[in-house]
Design a binder for this molecule. Structure first.
Ligand SMILES: [Zn+2]
Length: 132
């Protein structure tokens, strides 16, 4: 028998399932998955990748904030100019907790607490006891 290959009528040129890589057989034109299970798996994996990217980004930002605050505390500064903090890469949108307290908010970055005014980060200090 010869090694001749036959093209299945209606089959698109070398179309493979995006998830498992199997050849796609008959079906709706423009199909990219061989089955519902492959489609679901692909979307779940994508969602997981998105979450992982967000987690990595969050951790990186929190680490930078933490280092800036810790450097201040360790060099016995309790106050940091907002402009200087921003210069060092501090991101004010990220924190581990926030409590409204008086005029200004009280924040934490892991085991460091701080408050923020219009121009300063102040009362920067390690938290003695962590609560959950
Ligand atoms: Zn598949």
């Amino acid at each position: 028998m010869s090694e001749q290959t036959y093209k299945i009528p209606g089959e698109t040129e070398e179309a493979h399932c995006l998830q498992c890589g199997d050849l796609l057989g008959y079906g709706r034109a423009g199909r990219i998955f061989c089955s519902d299970s492959c489609r679901h798996r692909w979307h779940n994996d994508k969602r997981k990748e998105d979450i992982d990217r967000i987690r990595v980004r969050f951790i990186r930002i929190m680490d930078r904030n933490y280092r800036i605050l810790r450097d201040a505390v360790e060099s016995e500064k309790t106050t940091l100019d907002k402009a200087i903090a921003i210069d060092k890469g501090f991101n004010f949108n990220y924190m581990t907790s926030y409590t409204k307290s008086g005029r200004h908010g009280r924040y934490t970055c892991y085991n460091i607490r701080y408050e923020v005014s219009e121009s300063k980060i102040y009362n920067i200090a390690f938290i003695r006891r962590l609560r959950d």
